[in-house]
Every structure is written in C-alpha cells, then in structure tokens.
Design a protein around this ligand. Sequence first.
Ligand code: NAD
Length: 263
Amino acid sequence: MHNKYQFQDQVVIVTGAGNGIGRATAIMMAEAGAHVFAGDVKHLEENRETFERLGIVEAVCDVRQESQVQALIEQAIDQYGRIDVLVNNAGIGMVKQIHQVSEEEWDACIDTNLKGTFLGCKHAIKYMLATGGGAIVNTASNAGLLPRAHDPVYSISKHAVVALTESLGLCHGKDNIRVNCVCPGPVGETGMMNDDIARAADPDGLTQSMIRASPIAAANKRMIRPQEVASAICYLASKDALMVSGTALRIDGGKSLGVPPQG
Ligand code: NAD
C-alpha cells in the first residue's frame, strides 16, 4: 500500500474497521503514521496480527450503542488527549422492498448507518471543539445521492448521512472541524458485496452487471477496490483537503451521473 498522505502522530478512529473499506482505511492511515483506534463488532480475531504489527488498537464497538461509541472515543482521548480524525464507516445493507421490511430491520439499518454516524460525530466533535478542530469522514454511498429501487431503506439511511455531513460541515467550519463523506458505488472484496453476490441466483451475472453499470469500472473490467475508497477517505481526512468541507465525494466510476451515451 502507498503512503501518499501524511498522518504522522495523528489520532484516528475508524468504525467498522474489521473488514472491507474500514479495514483498508485503518491500515492505510496506520502505514502513514497515524495512531489508529479500530472499532468493530466482528473480525477482531482475524485482524489481530496485522493490527498489532501496525500498532492499531482494536476495540469492540457497536456503533448503535452510545456507551460503546463514547468508550472508543474516550480510549483515544485517555491515551493522546485529542482526536484528529474520525471515520464513521460502519454500515450494513438492506436489500428489501419497503413493504417487506420489518420494524427491527428498519431500526438495524437506520441505527447502524445513521445513528452510528450521529453518535460518532457527537462524541468526537465534543473533543474536537476543545482541541482546536479535526476532520470527520463519513462513509455514505452513491445510494445517498439517488433513490435506489432495490434497497430503499439503505438509500434513505445514506441520504441522511449525506445530509448530516453537509449540515455539520456548515455548523462546524467556524470551529475548524471539517466534515465530508465518500459515496462509493459497488465495491468488491467487501463483506457487503460478497453477501449480495452470494445471495444472487446468478453470482457472476450480478458481478458483471455491476461492473457494466459503472462506466469507469466497465472500461477497466473490474469493480472498485476497498483501497480506492480508503485512499479518498485519506485525502478528505488529510491536510491536503484543508479547505474541503461538506463534500459528498462520488467514488463510483461515474455510475450515479446518469445514463451514459450509447455506442
Ligand atoms: P463490510 O461488510 O466489509 O464492512 C463493514 C464493517 O462494518 C464490517 O466489519 C462489520 O462488522 C462492521 N459493522 C456492521 N455493523 C456494525 C455495528 N453496528 N457497529 C460496528 N461495526 C459494524 O462492507 P464495506 O463495504 O466495507 O462497508 C463499509 C461502508 O461502506 C458501509 O457504511 C457501507 O454502507 C459503505 N458502502 C459500501 C459499498 C459496497 O459496495 N461495499 C458501497 C457504498 C457504500
């Protein structure tokens, strides 16, 4: 992995860091010199060796539980006295039509994707206000930019993450706190995508149709990689993006721009 961005001695928290985009981000930032605190509800055991080697502190953190989000953030504060970067990345999918979604499923999706992002922002901003600023990057989705037919509840949750990002960007610029989000399209080598593909009647057909739906992915004959999203998160969290706040950065190979010209 490359270390284009410098995070020397920066204190970074990443949620949903056990797999996929969050794991790639935690590793990329640690390799760039950050003190990374990685929270997740799963995958801790399988990452232990890699995380220990990179000095990444792992912790059980269910982002739906305020006490656990607060504890993760306070672990970093207790050790370093500040937080420079928070990446609210934990998220789950919800591929169902609205009339098939139970109240529990609605709560699981909204609580993980939206409430978890709110809780991270709430507790990190409290400390960032006291220490002169910081950067927050939320993992939204291109489903947060356009309505989506096959997973409306997921799309609703990610629209709300984009709205939260823009609102907090507006509120906290004066406090030197930048808030941005990434909006990935279909990312391969992630738990979320692997689950979708495993559930499909024609897994290879689904993979190929997702590649075709994104012009740049189609031109390169492959899906987006977790590291390509992590790299964008690193940019938004870095001082290179000092003047960038309230942005929803598409990383979907142009998929959400509309219907491309045919032929
Ligand atoms: P992933 O399943 O590989 O990773 C998600 C991680 O979040 C997992 O390690 C999981 O254990 C963790 N997690 C789930 N619920 C949690 C909770 N309550 N508390 C803490 N951790 C929890 O999938 P991914 O694609 O890397 O997902 C990361 C983010 O990217 C999510 O917010 C997702 O919505 C978003 N995203 C993914 C894609 C994609 O195609 N994979 C596209 C757009 C956006």
